[in-house]
Every structure is written in C-alpha cells, then in structure tokens.
Design a protein around this ligand. Structure first.
Ligand code: ZN
Length: 361
C-alpha cells in the first residue's frame, strides 16, 4: 500500500468505530428481524486475526446461534484503499493521462476524470468503504440464510462439528467439492447484490446516485481483484479450490446489477439511467479506475488488466466447467430452497444454463 505520501487518514480507532457502526446498520436492517422471527441469534464478531478474512459459521451443538466474523485487517484495508483513491487520482496520475484513458469510456474529448461525478472526496471515501463492507456482510449472511454449511454436509455426507464458510483466501483445499463451493459463493454473491441496492437507495435518501453506484462497483472490483492471484498465479476459470476465480464472480455481480436495475421498481431511483449504455459506461469507468488504481498502489504490471477483461467477458471459460455448474445447481438449489430462511427465495441464484451467459455477450 502507498505509505507516507501525505494524505489524511483516520486513526485505527476511528476506522474500527466506523466499521462497527456500518455493520450494525446493515445487521439491524437485514438480519435482526429475520433472526428474531426464527428464534435464532446472529452474532457479529470482530477478530484481530492477521490478514483479510471473513466467515459465516454455525456450531452444530448450538444450531440456533449463527456467527459472522470479520478481521479488523479487512476493514482497515478497505478503508485505506478508499481513502487513497482521491489522492492517487489527483496527485499521481496526470490530467492528460486520465483524459487519454477515459475519453473513449466517457465519450468525451476533454475532462475525463478517473473519479466519479457529483460526489466530493469525503463522500467517495465513505461510500466505497461502507458499501464494500456492507456487501461482504450481506454475502456472509447469505451463506447462513441459504444454509450452505448444512446443505454441504448433506451433499458429501460429512458430520463435522461446525458448518463454516470461510473467505480467508482462495486456497486449494481438497476436503471440499469445488463445484459445490463455487456455487455457494456465486449464490451468496447474488443474494448480497440483491440487498445492497435498497441499502444504497436508503443512504442516498430515496434515489440511487450515479456516483454511489460507481463507488459500489469500484469497491467490489478492488475486493475481487485482491484475490485474483494465489501464490503468484492468476486464479483460472476452473473447478478448483473453495472459490471461483474472482473474475467470474465480478462478472456475475455485474450481470446481477444490470438485471436488478432493469426491474420497474428501481427505475424511479435512477432517472439518470436512460438506456443500457449509461450502465455499461458507468461499469467501464469504475472498473477501469479500479484496475488503474491498483496498478499505481501496488506497482502491478499491466498484466493485471486481464482481471478487467475476464470480469467483463467469459468467452474463455471452458464449457465443461459451466455445464458442471449447471448440472450441480439443478441438484443443489432445491435443497437450499427447502431450508432457506431469508427475505425471499428469489434471492437465491436462479436455475439457468450457465453456458447461456456466453450468448448474451
Ligand atoms: Zn463466501
């Protein structure tokens, strides 16, 4: 991370307070009522474990107590990246450079800034930080609502003391069926994305500002980009490990956002979105800024740009992998549906031919 370059950041105590406050709002809004109705308890735990980690777990002996855990490191990393963005764009990349990169994306000849329109620096930092943190919480909550641990135990006939889904990092753990795990992740991403938009509309007091949506896409792009490499290697499109490649997850999240924003009930919140091109332009702007930002911060080579390409195009995904996802999802989804206790079963990833996603491009 860029250090000692003169930008003002919050002290760690303030970051911790902001993290608690943000998550408490989301928990109150999306979890507490449902858990109360189910006579279950949801606990939010913060750990001092080193590194970027989050998890959702249920102990078998106390099935009614569910836990979501985050490391303070995760919140701190998200905050540091958010707070660096305005500084980097204003001080480390020339205006000419930004105009050159963004002129095609923004369809303008001049004044093509890397930062989102309308929002000031404080708002940009605040929105990226809060929306990314909220989305991760909603993703963990979805693992619990969709009973992924329990469904997995049944699928592989396992009898472990805990059912736990960890996001600590992408690891090649052989104890799990990768296709099952990949589907749990994609479905948890889908549910988190369904919930995050009402939260953003609430934060914008009854609308969804262009800049707010931009900040969400930027934050998620940085989040997924972080895990695009494992042990120095790009994580590929295949059934290995516990999580799909972050590029595929980003692709699905963007698809979900596009679908949700087409729904009539959302139209009134986004008067600025007159046609699908407005959405594509916003996505291209936010994801390109994220890739550029990560390059400047982490001194990555332009090699990292495949993340950008692969999260907007799944042409290179093997059909066999996509067909395996479809086949397994046909078996797993009904099991999840029968146990689901969240807001609406429509928040579970629908049944469809994964291969068809290629045709939409
Ligand atoms: Zn997960």
């Amino acid at each position: 991370m860029v250090n000692n370059i003169g930008y003002k950041v919050k002290k760690i105590g303030e970051i911790i307070d902001s993290s608690h406050e943000s998550i408490n709002i989301v928990k109150k809004m999306f979890s507490d009522g449902i858990y109360e109705k189910e006579s279950k308890i949801i606990k939010m735990l913060w750990s001092t474990k080193e590194g970027f980690s989050a998890s959702a777990s249920i102990k078998k002996s106390t099935k009614e107590i569910h836990e979501i855990s985050f490391s303070y490191d995760a919140a701190s990393i998200i905050y540091k990246e958010s707070s660096c963005l305005p500084f980097i764009c204003k001080n480390k990349i020339s205006i000419e450079g930004q105009n050159e990169i963004f002129k095609d994306i923004l369809h303008k000849r001049e004044e093509c800034p890397a930062l989102p329109p309308i929002l000031d620096d404080e708002e940009i930092i605040d929105r990226i930080f809060r929306s990314t943190l909220a989305w991760i919480y909603l993703h963990e909550q979805a693992h619990l609502f969709q009973c992924h641990g329990e469904v997995e135990n049944k699928l592989i006939n396992k009898n472990s003391k805990y059912s736990i889904i960890e996001e600590r990092e992408l690891f090649l753990d052989q104890r799990f069926n990768s296709i099952h795990r990949h589907l749990f992740e994609l479905s948890a991403d889908y549910e988190a994305t369904q919930y995050i938009l009402p939260l953003l509309v609430g934060a914008d007091k009854g609308e969804l500002r262009r800049g707010t949506l931009w900040c969400l896409v930027f934050g998620l792009s940085c989040l997924f980009h972080r895990f695009y490499r494992y042990g120095g290697q790009v994580v590929e499109f295949k059934s290995e490990g516990t999580h799909p490649t972050p590029a595929l997850r980003m692709f699905f999240v963007l698809q979900s956002l596009a679908e949700i924003l087409k729904v009539e009930q959302y139209r009134k919140y986004i008067p600025w979105m007159q046609n699908p091109q407005n959405f594509s332009d916003l996505i291209a702007h936010a994801t390109t800024t994220a890739s550029m930002f990560r390059k400047v911060c982490y001194q990555n080579s332009f090699e990292e740009f495949p993340f950008l390409e692969n999260s907007s195009n799944i042409d290179s995904v093997p059909d066999e992998y996509l067909d395996n996802l479809t086949k397994s999802w046909n078996i797993i989804r009904p099991q999840i549906e029968s146990k689901y206790f969240g807001k609406s079963r429509s928040c579970i990833l629908p049944l469809f031919e994964f291969r068809d996603l290629k045709k939409n491009l």
